[in-house]
Ligand binder design. Structure first.
Ligand SMILES: [Zn+2]
Length: 58
């Protein structure tokens, strides 16, 4: 079971949005979100903190 990285909701009833960083062997899961609202809110906070650029898998 996975919880939303931003708000902590159980993702089971949702079609979650996943964010990964890197490709192939270096790919790592950055977060999973119940909707784009949580994704965008999390991205704003994360990018503000790190300046990182993420690839979004839908
Ligand atoms: Zn959420």
């Amino acid at each position: 079971m996975t919880d939303c990285t931003y708000c902590g909701s159980d993702l089971t009833p949702y079609n979650p949005v996943f964010v990964t960083r890197g490709r192939g062997e270096n790919e790592s899961r950055e977060g999973a979100f119940c909707n784009y609202g949580c994704l965008s809110a999390w991205l704003e906070e994360t990018e503000a903190a790190t300046g990182a650029c993420c690839r979004i898998d839908v």
